[in-house]
Design a binder for this molecule. Sequence first.
Ligand SMILES: Cc1cc2nc3c(=O)[nH]c(=O)nc-3n(C[C@H](O)[C@H](O)[C@H](O)COP(=O)(O)OP(=O)(O)OC[C@H]3O[C@@H](n4cnc5c(N)ncnc54)[C@H](O)[C@@H]3O)c2cc1C
Length: 408
Amino acid sequence: MSGGKFNAEAIIVGAGPVGSTLASLLGAGGVECVLAGSTGGPRPGGPVRALAMTLASRNVLQAAGAWERLPREEIGYFQKMRVWDANGTGAIEFDSAELCLPTLGYIVEQTLLDDALAGAIQTHQCLSAVVADRAESLDIGRDRAVLRLEDGRELSAPLVVGADGFASGVRPLAGIDYPTHEYRQQALVCTVDTERPHEFTAWQRFLPDGPLAFLPLSVPRRCAVVWSTASDRATELLRMNPAAFDAQLAHAFDHTLGAVTTISARGAFPLRRAHAERYCRPRFVLAGDAAHCVHPLAGQGANLGLLDAACLAQVLLAARARGQDIGALEVLRRYERWRRGENGAMLVALDALQKLFGSGSGALQWARNAGLDLVDASDMLKNLIMRLATGTLGDLPLLARSPLPARP
Ligand SMILES: Cc1cc2nc3c(=O)[nH]c(=O)nc-3n(C[C@H](O)[C@H](O)[C@H](O)COP(=O)(O)OP(=O)(O)OC[C@H]3O[C@@H](n4cnc5c(N)ncnc54)[C@H](O)[C@@H]3O)c2cc1C
């Protein structure tokens, strides 16, 4: 590499959880990569976002060398999930003991994950991280793709990966459409201390305008809150003084964990559903939120993206070992066929759940109460949903399949 020109085997645009994980997996496999984005480092005091992570994601992060870098004492985990409807009597409970697992999943603050991934990336000699501006153009040639950044630097490789999130800048440069449905909802996030301990349970109460989740952090009386609600209501809640907000939040949660005290900044994120019309072109491929975006009601977005990263790494490393061109369309199509179907099924399922629980219609209210009770009574269905929630169902990449892990 010299001056403003960077040559590599793969350029990964976007150093979020998905791009960083992919870079680390490819770096561990000896692929010369450039990761274009900004990794880890100090951030201004914005809202703290926590991610529910599946057991499969833990395996992928372990393979990427990031899981071991997370401070163990700060990883939350949950052994139970309780989901119930504010407008009725339906409820469902999941328990890790039913699957003979020590935990159903983990809760990790995103800043900790970013730092752990940034640390993992530094261990690979063949991997360079460059701080990148917006990409200005993408030229796809016969043997290489060239990405030009706004500051004039040029990145060139046989493969460019777009892992730069929902508002990806490289996806349109590659001419890939991203049909998007806006839910006209926002997810308000914050961290709270609760009067009663969370009992290592992930709690979700479905309110008429969206789900409210309390996710257990490592401290027994501390939770990450994700409150999906109509956009104007979210704006109103963001503007409230702390005491009024805490009172509204405890009320909306039916005082399940007693009084709550917000201990972080509050932030809100618009909610959408989107799926790229295709995942690849010759010498270009999408992963993570750049390829698909789901409602956060089941905490699946980053988990799907980490599976993308693990599948893509598996496909690329296998092709490279056979001496194939990793940017060839036939190689990239293997990944697309694998992941587009799996992600599409999850998109449809989460959208149906959002519609079922987001409706005030009497018939749907009856259906969801009956449905929750039915699921609670059926071992087979519950087992299936728990396997989905833990990320242990479906056609998993090898890196996500390693032996079932214990608590953090
Ligand atoms: C409220 C809320 C709660 C959520 N909770 C969960 C949860 O519990 N569990 C879960 O699995 N998922 C959850 N998600 C979804 C999850 O946050 C996303 O799916 C995940 O962050 C996607 O990762 P990514 O790396 O694909 O994209 P991003 O996290 O968006 O990262 C993309 C990166 O690319 C960078 N970038 C953008 N443009 C450029 C460019 N031109 N050049 C270089 N870099 C660029 C960005 O700065 C960013 O660092 C939640 C989402 C929301 C909104």
